[in-house]
Design a protein. Structure first.
Lengths: 142, 436
């Protein structure tokens, strides 16, 4: 019910993001969605991509601090309040969201989020009939 | 085996009496034979009669490397030239070399100290022992050599260089002991690998390693690769040479030959003695040396004297491994900070690579310290993928730093490979205060 995400620790400095992106390009990995959590000194670059295992391995070999984590990807109604409806399901169940971002897939909004309460989240998704994407649903062109 | 139980195991109270007597004698000796010391004592209104017990040592002035250089070449020599039977010189990369002359008695005491060390490592007359310190002006080669001869083992004066030939000799002669620098021991292990000489084909069992700082990790690696037990051997030419102190079977601190070389630990800023167990600058007074005695010589090596006596039965005090050099010391908000202290904390954190950078600055007349460390790519994991988790890691590291340094440092966690690698300690520090 989850998809894998890469988290990459990068310096908050001009050129460092480019370096990581070049490595990803060289590996022939396709980025489907991404976001950066930035602080004054560093950033956490999070990406949903094709072949996350190979991507992680090759980045690690190149000396990049990268980790794989599982995140939920929930399809939204393309209506005002779509995100609010989804989040209210989880907050109603007492589930905390660590971070969240979104992207469009074939015109549909997809909300990606991380939580430490995976089991409760899965139960809430089932109970409310939400559509959680699996990796097979991602548009990988490679 | 204990070479000289009478001295190495002498009850400490009795040793203090002996040290006091010898200190009085050596002060009297330099007072009458070295104008440098006489002038210094007279300036302080001190005479040899003021020095009667070992506790009186704190009244005496310090001697520094600069004093030795300023009195190049023979200014601090106390014995007449006719009594000097050997001259060594320390490397002079930063000025005049230090010239040290030895009398026959000095060489004899040095040989005995070396024999005590080797004996403590388990070397006997049955051993074939290779001395792979450089022979020459450097005290390592000849110093170790004399000790091996005194023990009666067969000395192989291999010196340094031609490592392939040396590796084959170790195999072919069945050499059982070696004295060299720890880095040479690792180089030797590599050379043996290259030549296809396996650990099973050699008989090495004892290594006497010194002349440069080394870590427990290096010890483990050398012991594993060469199949021997490795012991620390400490010394410096200004005081004597190798065997000023030596490890025993416990491999926990080096016993100082303190009937000849009296150690003190001082705060390098206040110059006041610090209690046993506390790190400071190591200071030596030679109690019996004739050629070039030194009084309270500041070694610039940082270490501590270990409290208590050793289970091995020797009573002579142990010094810890050298933890750094005072040359690297920073004074931040009035507190002495050594890069090596930061290093020791970094090494306890599995999340960080063994590299670090100290950035010292002055903001609004207040010193600031930033410690940069690097994440290890192989340890980075999903639990660290939020700023909150990175903050927590920073706080944990900062807390450990504070308990060691006694000042607050701001921690910056950097991406792998972003801190410059280098060999020298000085490059671990960027002191921006120098710009003002």
């Amino acid at each position: 019910m989850t998809i894998r995400q890469l988290s990459i620790f990068i310096e908050n400095q001009s050129g460092t993001l480019q370096k990581v992106l070049e490595l990803i390009r060289k590996s022939g990995i396709q980025i489907i969605a991404c976001t950066i959590a930035d602080t004054a000194e560093y950033g956490l670059f999070r990406i949903i991509c094709s072949e996350p295992d190979r991507a992680c391995e090759e980045l690690k070999e190149a000396g990049v601090a990268v980790a794989i984590s599982d995140v939920f990807a929930i399809e939204l109604d393309n209506q005002p309040g779509g995100a609010a409806n989804v989040v209210s399901v989880f907050s109603g169940a007492g589930i905390g969201i660590t971070y969240m971002y979104a992207f469009l897939l074939d015109g549909r909004g997809i909300l990606i989020f991380k939580t430490t309460q995976a089991a409760e989240t899965e139960a809430a998704i089932r109970a409310h009939g939400l559509h959680a994407l699996s990796e097979a649903d991602l548009p990988v062109n490679a | 085996m204990i070479w000289n139980p009478n001295k190495e195991c002498m009850p400490r109270e009795q040793m203090r009496l002996l040290q006091g007597k010898r200190l009085h004698k050596i002060v009297e000796y330099v007072y009458h034979n070295v104008p440098f010391y006489r002038n210094k004592l007279q300036e302080m209104d001190l005479s040899p009669e003021d020095i009667q017990t070992i506790d009186d040592i704190v009244k005496l002035p310090f001697t520094t490397k600069k004093d030795l250089r300023d009195n190049y070449p023979f200014g601090l020599q106390a014995a007449p030239q006719s009594e000097i039977i050997r001259i060594h010189a320390s490397s002079g990369t930063t000025g005049n070399p230090t010239i040290v002359g030895y009398t026959r008695k000095d060489i004899s005491i040095w040989s005995e100290c070396m024999a005590r060390s080797l004996s403590s490592y388990g070397v006997t007359s049955d051993d074939i022992f290779s001395v792979s310190y450089g022979y020459g002006l450097f005290t390592g080669g000849l110093g170790a050599h004399n000790g091996v001869e005194m023990i009666g083992a067969s000395v192989v004066p291999a010196s340094t260089g031609n490592t392939e030939k040396h590796a084959r000799l170790i195999r072919d002669l069945g050499i059982t002991g070696i004295a060299c620098t720890p880095s040479y021991a690792l180089y030797l292990a590599e050379t043996m690998d290259k030549l296809g000489i396996s650990k099973d084909e050699i008989k090495l069992r004892v290594g006497a390693f010194g002349a440069e700082p080394w870590t427990e990790n290096m010890r483990t690696e050398i012991q594993e690769r060469l199949g021997l037990k490795g012991f620390n051997l400490y010394g410096l030419s200004e005081v004597m040479g190798p065997s000023v102190s030596y490890e025993c079977d416990e491999q926990n601190g080096s016993h100082v030959n303190w009937d000849h070389f009296y150690p003190e630990i001082i705060d390098p800023v206040t110059l006041e003695p610090v209690p046993d167990g506390q790190t400071g600058e190591l200071v030596f007074t030679t109690l019996t040396k004739e050629g070039m005695p030194v009084i309270r010589y500041r070694t610039r090596d940082l270490c501590s004297l270990l409290p208590g006596e050793c289970p091995c039965g020797r009573t002579n005090v142990r010094m810890s491994a050298i933890q750094g050099r005072t040359d690297d010391m920073l004074i931040i908000r009035g507190i002495n900070v050594f890069p090596s202290q930061v290093e020791s904390v970094v090494l306890t954190m599995k999340e960080f690579a063994p590299v670090y950078m100290l950035i010292v600055d002055r903001v609004n007349n207040l010193d600031t310290l930033v410690v940069q460390v690097e994440l290890r790519p192989d340890v980075f994991n999903a639990t660290l993928d939020t700023p909150a988790a990175i903050d927590e890691l920073e706080q944990r590291f900062a807390g450990k730093l504070r308990s060691v340094l006694s000042i607050n440092a701001k921690v910056q966690i950097k991406a792998p490979g972003t801190i410059e690698r280098s060999q020298g300690k000085s490059t671990h520090v960027i002191d921006k205060r120098k710009l003002y």
